[in-house]
Design a protein. Structure first.
Length: 511
């Protein structure tokens, strides 16, 4: 069966008969099936979490939480989790579908902002709880609630004054319900196991970093969880990812949280967990030696060298299906060629090729991947009618900050660069210090000062490229960026007008 949302309504679709059943209620937020498919949970307009029972002749629904107010809600994630932690849900089904872990969000301490619609001045402004930097955040609590809502909720307890951020939640079929919480500075985090009877929590491990802790939001565990820990089927061990040794690594830990062994080398560039193959004694990850490329690898759980499952330059991915022991491998090459293959987890043999009916563009960007004299990853995109010996106005397309890398072997990300270049420019991208996937110290060197080193590296990169490529006219350079890149662009034009003659500033981060 499929769960479909349309115009604020929920519909149940039978794949076999194509019968469509409208479910009760409307305006649902984050509707999802229970693991057994017999129920649907969703947050309602009344700010409570509801469960829709699909087992009877006619679906019925009821709220399983109570006590919501204008500032208290149940079952939805708060602003910080959604915007900054990639956690978009505020409830989690138990594997047996008998109960749910539910977030209670208290926004009473949070500042209120009103956003009006200038096209409809007759409509009252929309009210938002917006936690500006340095102001109070929402208070996040958790409780275990029965699926029927008939028994008293069990509060989940941890020191949420010291660790107010709820970053990850994983509820495996075997193994404990686990939550990852962080302090507000995001320099200290604890992985906690939850006692389902008492709601008390016990520490499995902790991570600290003098600068900040990144969250691994690139994982996709075999159970569908997008974040570590990824538990073994029998609950005996779990996979964990960490930067404590200088680069991202995958670790094997036992059920108590004790380190068993490192599974990926510290010299290898981990980019995300694909899946755990308990039966085959291995796990699949994305990564490789070149920070611009992403390849699919398999590593053994016993430790040792991994096996690379993709070859061509590009950014590749895969999904692992443990029941059938198959992978769907997507080959996304830098030359624009793309294909999806089903391969065997046993021997990497191609079982089938999945055809694509997507249109191919008439022309691909002519972007060149390169590196500067000082070793920064860089790209150059020239006009299609490029004339050697001619000087070209230059646009620096920039991000320059943590969590986002702009120089990648993904040709589809350069269409806008090519369009700008075809107007008579050379378009350049650079990843200097402060950007990810070159190690902990490389990214965190900008702690406490987001502009000086980043600006120094972008200018050095530009000047280095101009020495290698004389078509770059350093007397006519503009800078363009969005978010952190917008902040950088504004600061670059203010600080160094001798280099940057113009700036296009999109959604800059400001206080």
């Amino acid at each position: 069966r499929l769960l479909v949302t349309l115009s604020g309504k929920l519909y149940l679709v039978s794949r076999a008969s194509l019968q469509v059943t409208e479910l009760p209620g409307s305006g649902w937020i984050d509707p999802r099936f229970s693991p057994d498919g017999n129920f649907v949970a969703a947050a309602g307009a009344d700010r409570e979490l509801h469960v829709i029972d699909l087992t009877g002749a006619t679906p019925t629904e009821r709220a399983i939480t109570t006590g919501a107010t204008a500032t208290i809600s149940h079952g939805t994630a708060e602003f910080v989790a959604q915007e900054e932690m990639s956690r978009n849900t505020g409830y989690w089904w138990a594997p047996d579908a008998q109960s749910l872990l539910v977030q209670e969000t208290d926004e009473s301490p949070v500042e209120v902002r009103y956003v009006a619609d200038p096209l409809h001045p007759e409509v009252a402004p929309t009210k938002f709880f917006y936690p500006r930097a340095g102001t109070p955040n929402a208070i996040v609590r958790l409780m275990l609630v029965s699926r029927t809502g008939k028994s008293a909720p069990v509060p989940v307890t941890w020191d949420n004054s010291a660790f107010p951020y709820l970053a990850h939640v994983v509820w495996p079929r075997h193994g404990p319900l686990t939550i990852l919480v962080q302090n507000r500075e995001q320099t200290d985090e604890r992985l906690l196991a939850v006692n389902l009877t008492t709601g008390k929590t016990g520490e499995l491990l902790r991570e600290t970093d003098a600068a900040w802790l990144n969250l691994d939001d690139n994982a996709a565990g075999s159970s569908g969880d997008r974040r570590p820990p990824v538990w073994f089927k029998d609950g005996s061990h779990f996979l964990w990812t960490t930067e404590r040794r200088g680069t991202w690594q995958v670790e094997l830990r036992d059920a108590t949280g004790k380190l068993v062994r490192e599974l990926t080398p510290v010299t290898w560039n981990y980019r995300g967990l694909i899946g755990l193959d308990d039966e085959g004694g291995g796990f699949y990850v994305r990564g490789g030696e070149d920070s611009r490329e992403i390849h699919v690898w398999k590593f053994p759980l016993t430790g040792g060298a991994g096996v690379r499952l993709t070859r061509e330059r590009g950014q590749h991915n895969a999904a692992f299906f443990p029941e059938s022991r198959l992978l769907v491998r997507t080959i996304d090459n830098f030359d624009g060629t793309y294909r999806s293959e089903v391969i065997s987890a046993n021997d990497a043999r191609v079982v089938a090729t999945l055809p694509s009916i997507a249109e191919s563009p008439a022309q691909w960007p002519r972007t060149e991947l390169t590196r500067t004299i000082s070793g920064f990853d860089a790209t150059i995109t020239r006009p299609r009618n490029f004339q050697p010996g001619k000087k070209y106005r230059t646009i620096l397309s920039v991000y320059a900050g943590p969590t986002s890398k702009v120089v990648t072997a993904n040709i589809r990300s350069y269409f806008t660069d090519q369009w700008m270049a075809d107007q008579g420019y050379v378009v350049i991208r650079l990843d200097g210090r402060g950007t990810p996937w070159r190690g902990r110290d490389w990214e965190r060197v900008i702690k406490g000062n987001f502009i000086d080193i980043a600006l120094e590296d972008q200018i050095a990169g530009l000047q280095g490229l101009a020495q290698q490529h004389p078509e770059i006219d350093l007397s006519r350079v503009a800078v363009s960026g969005w978010s952190f890149g917008g902040y950088f662009s504004a600061m670059a034009a203010i600080r160094r007008p001798d280099i940057f003659r113009a700036a296009i500033v999109g959604a800059p981060v400001i206080t």
